[in-house]
Design a protein around this ligand. Sequence first.
Ligand SMILES: C[S@@+](CC[C@H](N)C(=O)[O-])C[C@H]1O[C@@H](n2cnc3c(N)ncnc32)[C@H](O)[C@@H]1O
Length: 396
Amino acid sequence: MQVFNTNSRIIVTCNKRLSPYLVKEIEGLGFSIKRSFSTGVELEGTVNDCISLNLNLRCASQVLYSLQTFQAPTPQHLYNELVQIAWEEYIDVTGYFSVTSVVNNEHITTPLFANVKVKDAIVDRIKEKKGVRPDSGPEFNKAVVNLYWQGSNAEVFLDTSGETLSKHGYRKIPGKAPMLEALAASTIMASKWDQKSTFINPMCGSGTLAIEAALLAMDKSPGFFRMNYGFMHIIGYDEQVFFVERRKLKDKAKKQIDFRIIASDLSADAVDVAQRNAKTAGVDQLIEFHVCDFAETPVPEDSKGVVMFNPEYGERLGVHSKLEATYKRIGDFMKQNCKGYSGYIFTGNPDLAKKIGLKASRRIEFYNGKLDCRLLEYDLYDGTRREEKMPEPYSF
Ligand SMILES: C[S@@+](CC[C@H](N)C(=O)[O-])C[C@H]1O[C@@H](n2cnc3c(N)ncnc32)[C@H](O)[C@@H]1O
């Protein structure tokens, strides 16, 4: 089977709760979605389609191309089915591959055991057909095979991404508590920002939100920053297809924007890190950086857009008196200085959210790792409409 030109099921995975934004992105690329669920999206296409998806998507983690579904009640059944797949058509005997899995089967206590079964079947098959054993191990920078095994239902995929797509490659210096790039992009896509008006990111830390906003405004995709993907290590890969897709990214990217993106942080070190990350992303000239308390961040009167905060919120729920005061000040700043803007706070702490003292118009659900989080939206009326002064209810 020439997978690069043969249609099959494609599952694009993402971090939990990012799929609504992933759907928008995939549809925007012209693909039809068959199904979406909280950690991914299903569609149909070829591995060449996967190349386009890998280069363009901001909210995704992996792009998986289905090779086969089958019944496997036990590990022996799994091996027996897998050893019949023509792995020699996908994985070079002189190459290297790794295996990942999502497993929920009564005979399996550790996914590592399932991974070893998959690896054994692939190696045994290729050895039998070609007389040589390919190398395998834990690195994800060559060919990657993924197993999804729930009860007796198994499906095996080529992971055309390899390393995760959720990191966008420009953040060489992480800073303190940085947001995952795919999460930052999704929160901006969830906001009302039109990508044509001011975007303000006080408390910017390593700059992820401001940089993702600049990349969105320029239509610059994560594929700009990456030159190695899983699909490059599958037999039949034609690098021309990759270079054509990459050229398309370059052609569509804007060079300039005519509105302001403003980022600030109290910490000069954080701003230095953010500036360096922005430079790596090629957007440093588009973002104005300021070292200041968030309340001193300039808020332009013209071109009113979005102000978005990701303040610290502690690991656990509970009382944090210093943070309580900070959240109250953020509420005051938005109310007094950001009239006419849409305000957003991304937080994992409902007790602190209550201290903002404004009524959220939307509470958009996210996870940050395993922590239940919200992007709280505030309509900051410019005085012609009555301001809501009701306190935030206890829960999200
Ligand atoms: C959770 S981090 C932001 C992380 C950021 N979203 C990223 O992806 O790197 C919060 C940031 O708020 C900054 N900060 C704390 N108090 C501040 C204040 N009063 N004014 C401005 N920045 C402040 C910290 O220096 C820190 O960089």
